[in-house]
Ligand binder design. Structure first.
Ligand code: GDP
Length: 531
């Protein structure tokens, strides 16, 4: 590769912002996604993104499910531009389709946007997703949504984020009132007031902007609230953290924006800051060495495998995050796990509303590889040098079911089906040491239905589920072989092997887990297992 094309690559890579939105269901992730795409010009009209959620309650019809999953193949990655930056927004399944994919997608991004409902504050799912972001110290920007409604006091909310999520908050914008009194936001660093009007609607229209907090125009337009705002800002400036780019990039501080996604308000401020400050593609640790995003040779890893749109085609799409270099159509790359070179002729790229075959893609981009069963979550592909990325974890499931076969003669087919389906990574299979049970674990409830339907459709096996008294799982290991042996004997009834043959402790309750951890200080209990 010559100097000139190398610098073109470097430029392309620097433009990329690969991110995901984390939030609790109903905080406004879908609405915000849609507005971001509107700003980015990737969709023309509000409503295009919403549609994909219309069928989200259809849990009992396999075709519907396939369709739903198929649709989300296209919306799995959304690329759009803003301020000369190229954004790759990776969808993180929420609601019923919440699954381990949601977690794993977060290992493929360089930063995240956190959406919080002003009335609800920090909710469960957000706490969990934040923990996952922490595994890779992912920088996080925060958007506090629904200011057009009454909610918690902004100061109180920042305190809550700081204490519950253990991250410093740096307000970037500040709301002027809320609910019926919501008048807009003040940008603390640009000293501008952006006025809210109900007519703002879904249009890309920025409404009126006033320069300067002391501007008398402000008093004329918002009356008493102008003076309130001035006092509040003085207080906020004294009591809160100042924006610090390094702290943001280190994941210890989150810049905070206020607005209303549905009214398309406060989003441009967020998006501008995102384009300016969010990290471009970061390097990544491979087993062999650290790989910089700017390296010439292509490399990447698969973080998700998903059914294709067309159910008559059995093929699945493997989502690969490019970690270094550039992908060229037709290039030959190592499929590291199986030790073969493959030629990739028809990878898929993702634009908001369409899929098409691509000629090239850069570090930070996601490409879809057609997969007829040879690609698994965690697989690495590399050009030239053989590299292997690790750190794409399995997460401890939070829901467990015993799989019961309807026709006892189909036992072998069941085992085969379960092994293959769990290899896709949305559910995990556990085999207790003490008996022949097959325990399925998932982080999202819909995955049990999906697995049952697919077992029937693809393996002709009918099964039902029994509840089991398992509350959570932890992978166990120890540096002390003698203690580990002792533990294995004593805890035999609670131990199982996962799909990879690793030992797992299945706890009947949180209390049981806690007591066991306290009793066995030499044993390490991990909530994740790296692939
Ligand atoms: P998701 O589950 O996080 O994707 O949330 P949605 O984007 O589907 O939003 C959940 C609900 O909140 C929907 O009824 C939205 O119309 C509503 N919503 C989203 N943003 C706002 C907002 O800024 N103000 C108000 N009042 N409602 C909003």
């Amino acid at each position: 590769m010559n100097q000139e094309s190398e610098s073109i690559n470097a430029k392309e890579i620097k433009k990329r912002r690969t991110f995901a939105i984390i939030s609790h269901p109903d905080a406004g992730k879908t609405t915000l996604t849609e507005k971001l795409l509107l700003f980015g010009g990737a969709i023309q009209q509000a409503g295009s993104v919403k549609g994909r959620k219309a069928d989200r309650h259809a849990t009992s019809d396999w075709m519907e499910m396939e369709k739903q999953r198929g649709i989300s193949v296209t919306t799995s990655v959304m690329q759009f531009e803003h301020k000369n930056a190229i954004m790759n927004l990776l969808d993180t399944p929420g609601h019923e389709d919440f699954s381990e994919d949601t977690y794993r997608t977060l290992t493929a991004v360089d930063s995240a946007l956190m959406v919080i409902d002003v009335a609800k504050g920090v909710e469960n799912r957000t706490i969990k997703l934040m923990e996952v972001c922490r595994l890779r110290t992912t920088p996080i920007l925060t958007f506090i949504n629904k200011l057009d409604r009454e909610g918690k006091e902004p100061i109180e909310l920042l305190d809550e984020v700081e204490s519950v999520l253990n991250i410093e908050c740096a307000p970037m914008t500040w709301p002027i009132g809320m609910g019926k009194r919501f008048k807009g936001v003040y940008h603390l660093y640009e000293d501008t007031i952006h006025l809210f009007s109900a007519t703002h609607g879904g249009k890309i229209m920025q409404g009126e902007t006033i320069k300067g907090l002391d501007n008398p125009e402000l008093d004329a337009l918002v009356g008493d609230q102008a003076e309130e705002l001035r006092e509040e800002i003085e207080l906020v400036k004294g009591a809160s953290h100042e924006f610090n780019l390094e702290a943001y990039l280190a994941g210890t501080q989150t810049p905070v924006f206020f607005g209303s996604a549905i009214n398309n308000f406060g989003i441009l401020e967020l998006l501008d800051a995102f384009a300016d400050y969010a990290p471009s593609p970061q390097g990544r640790e491979a087993d062999q060495r650290f790989v910089s995003a700017q390296e010439e040779n292509f490399s990447g890893f698969v973080f998700k495998v998903q059914a294709n749109m067309d159910p008559s085609h059995r093929d699945r799409i493997a989502f690969l995050r490019i970690c270094s270099g550039k992908f060229d159509k037709g290039m030959k790359i190592n499929h590291v796990r199986i030790g073969k070179k493959i030629q990739v002729g028809n990878a898929i790229t993702f634009k908001a509303d369409s899929r098409k075959n691509i000629e090239e893609a850069y570090s930070g981009d996601i490409i879809g590889l057609h997969n007829h069963g040879t690609i698994q979550v965690g697989d690495t592909f590399s050009e030239g040098e053989v590299l292997k990325y690790s750190g794409i974890p399995y997460f401890a499931p939070e829901l467990f079911r015993r799989v019961v076969l309807k026709d006892p003669l189909r036992g072998k087919a069941l085992q085969k089906g379960l092994v293959q389906l769990t290899e896709e990574g949305a559910t995990q299979l556990f085999k207790p040491l003490k008996n022949n049970d097959l325990i399925l674990g998932a982080v999202g409830i819909l995955q049990f239905d999906v697995t049952a339907f697919r077992l029937k459709a693809e393996y002709n096996v009918e099964c039902v589920y029994d509840n089991v008294s398992i509350n959570t799982a932890r992978w166990v290991s120890s540096d002390n072989p003698a203690k580990f042996e002792e533990f294995k004997k004593k805890a035999f009834d609670n131990l199982a092997k996962d799909g990879g043959g690793y030992l797992v402790y299945l706890a009947s309750s949180r209390v049981n887990l806690q007591l066991t951890e306290e009793r066995w200080p030499d044993i390490k209990f991990s909530a994740t297992r790296e692939l």
